[in-house]
Design a binder for this molecule. Structure first.
Ligand SMILES: C[S@@+](CC[C@H](N)C(=O)[O-])C[C@H]1O[C@@H](n2cnc3c(N)ncnc32)[C@H](O)[C@@H]1O
Length: 292
């Protein structure tokens, strides 16, 4: 159903793509909408792999407005907040930008298909002025256009500077098949300059299907027929780069639970690729490999 949509008190448009999703017994969640996801995969395990000066390296030139980020599949917002703090150089104990090291002004729009998780994220957010939340099924193209377009237009922009898609691709792939995964990636590629993506490895697909099967559900039985399979980081890299839309700039290591974070850049953007080589030089262990 449609509800009035607001960003930071500003009435914007009517858009609502999120759902009230039930939690299944044993913590199974067909959309990856786990209520306590950050307890199992703590944000620190990801953000510590990212250079603190990442935004300054990617966007060295001063801007009139803030940098704009989109976090797709933000769950209840713990990783979004950790990313925000890390990228603007704000220590854990601080809630103001006074002592920010990076000096970058960043505004985030965080969305999730689960309206209940978004409500929790809103209630807990320490940065309501800079981080907005919206219930949105990112695969719903009409609602997505209305909502993201509305947010961007508030800043006179048509694309985001950076998109985060962290541990979300498997859920889109399982629920929307090969074509859904390709559509999501090509949409994100068209909507940002940089895309940071943390794909789930194939073994997680098996585990997700098994969890639901144990509950007598067969939602993901079709996962064996997916033709995009195997090394998912490599497959996602191929999809994003093969039509020339994006290039892989670096791989920020791997988390203790075996997921890598891949940074892509839109080829339509004008920022120099050399920027990313600079990033890797300034970081000790964060950048362990250039991928492919
Ligand atoms: C495993 S959690 C990852 C949460 C967070 N990004 C992180 O890495 O900590 C995956 C999230 O993607 C969301 N999600 C799944 N399908 C989605 C869709 N079609 N549109 C928006 N969010 C979706 C789920 O509700 C869930 O919160």
């Amino acid at each position: 159903k449609d509800i009035p949509f607001e960003f930071n008190g500003m009435h914007c448009c009517k858009a609502h793509g999120g759902l009230e999703l039930p939690v299944l017994p044993g913590g199974a969640a067909p959309f990856g909408n786990f209520p306590d996801y950050s307890r199992f995969h703590p944000p620190e395990g990801r953000v510590r792999l990212l250079p603190a000066a990442l935004l300054s390296e990617l966007f060295p030139n001063p801007r009139a407005g803030p940098l704009l980020g989109l976090d797709v599949g933000c769950n209840s917002g713990e990783l979004s907040i950790a990313l925000y703090r890390h990228l603007i150089g704000l220590q854990e104990s601080k809630v103001s930008l006074e002592h920010s090291m990076a000096g970058k002004d960043l505004n985030l729009l965080c969305c999730d298909i689960d309206a209940g998780l978004i409500e929790r994220a809103k209630q807990r957010s320490p940065f309501p002025g800079s981080i907005s939340y919206a219930a949105l099924d990112i695969m719903d193209s009409s609602v997505r256009e209305a909502l993201l377009g509305c947010y961007l237009s508030k800043f006179g922009r048509s694309t985001f500077d950076i998109c985060f898609c962290m541990s979300v691709t498997m859920w889109i792939h399982l629920n929307h098949g090969d074509s859904g995964l390709v559509k999501l990636l090509s949409y994100l590629a068209s909507k940002c300059i940089y895309l940071l993506i943390e794909p789930q490895p194939w073994k997680c697909y098996r585990a997700a299907a098994r969890r639901l099967r144990k509950l007598g559900r067969h939602d993901f039985d079709h996962f064996r027929s997916l033709t995009i399979s195997g090394n998912m980081a490599e497959k996602i890299t191929q999809i994003l780069t093969e039509d020339g839309a994006m290039e892989l700039v670096c791989c920020f290591g791997s988390t203790s639970w075996d997921r890598s974070m891949l940074l892509f850049k839109s080829k339509a953007a004008h920022t120099s690729t050399l920027d990313c080589f600079e990033i890797s030089r300034g970081v000790e262990k964060s950048v362990v490999a250039f991928y492919l």
